[in-house]
Design a binder for this molecule. Sequence first.
Ligand code: HEM
Length: 145
Amino acid sequence: MSILDPLHPRFVHFPVALLATGSVIALIYLLGWRRAALPVVAWAMLFLGWLGIFPTILSGLIDRNRASGDPAVVAALNPHIAAGFGLLIVYGWLLYERLRSPAVLDQSRRRVLLIGLLLAGLVLLLVAGWSGGKLVYELGVGVRR
Ligand code: HEM
């Protein structure tokens, strides 16, 4: 085990914190607290959080190769990996909406779609965090014994 092993826990906190906070700020704006600064802050956090998913997935795949093939580990890894790629798609879609139309948070016809995507993103973050915690604290993946 080297000093960089496991690698993944060094990256996971950035997308989790940025995407969760950015999503809540965007939802607060969409639900009616219309302060001009909120979309600027929310999109900055969502963009940085989305960028942070890439090294998180890459380091996760590296650590996954070092993990055991125990069925309980595989059972926790499957939803974990699905949630990870789901996050890439859901937040990528949100950022694409922002790219197409910078004021998309103010468009009432896009409101339901955006709220749905933001809630789906939060659920995926919960699944990724929950299953990640199970891998480490219950199954001991990446833990020195
Ligand atoms: C999709 C590819 C991914 C794979 C293959 C993967 C794999 C793993 C593995 C093997 C662990 C156990 C610890 C270790 O050995 O590093 C873990 C933990 C964890 N993962 Fe992932 N992961 C992926 C994506 C993600 C994403 C996108 C997130 C969040 C944005 C995430 C969040 C976490 C968290 C919070 C833990 C627990 C870390 C701790 O408490 O120390 N993972 N993951």
